[in-house]
Design a protein around this ligand. Structure first.
Ligand SMILES: [Cu+2]
Length: 165
């Protein structure tokens, strides 16, 4: 039947578009994974966490912490290196904090609670252009952004099939 063919064609088109768009999906990186954003027992913890990942424009960093116990300060490289908590660009005190990575290059973050940065609660992230090659690294990122977009496509497919059947 012609109508079924049309529905199949449209479905194939939508699925192709979804697949094509999937490669540019943003990745939500939960900083420190299950450890979250805290003063780590090993001061190199966040350096190690970053090492296996490639961060791209459009990705997100999610800092999980209890408000009052920690914060997220966006800082310069100098403040990062010296753990200078009085030299911040912006302090985000309410957890969790989700930051969108919008510019390429190095981005520096730390906690301003006394002793935490010195203890290793600092993060340096290099962001590269989104080359549409998809997320890399050893994590299996469960992207909330991807999930919601995937859901949108699922609805779109259902609507399109409904229109043509
Ligand atoms: Cu802290």
């Amino acid at each position: 039947m012609a109508r079924i063919s049309m529905a199949q064609a449209v479905t194939a088109l939508v699925l192709s578009a979804a697949t094509l768009l999937h490669v540019t999906y943003a990745v939500n990186y939960t900083v420190g994974d299950t450890t979250g954003w805290t003063r780590p027992s090993d001061s190199t913890f966040y350096t190690t966490w970053v090492a296996s990942k490639t961060f791209r424009i459009g990705d997100f960093l999610v800092f999980n912490f209890a408000t009052g116990s920690h914060d997220v300060a966006i800082v310069t490289v100098d403040a990062y290196n010296s753990c200078n908590v009085s030299n911040t660009i912006q302090v985000l005190p309410t957890g969790p904090v989700t930051l969108s990575l919008n510019t390429t290059g190095e981005h520096y973050y730390m906690c301003t609670i006394a002793g935490h940065c010195a203890g290793g609660q600092k993060l340096a992230v290099n962001v590269v252009a989104n080359t549409a090659s998809g997320p890399s690294g050893s994590t299996t990122p469960t992207s909330a952004a991807s999930s919601s977009r995937g859901l949108t496509f699922a609805f779109l497919i259902v609507i399109v099939i409904g229109l043509f059947c």
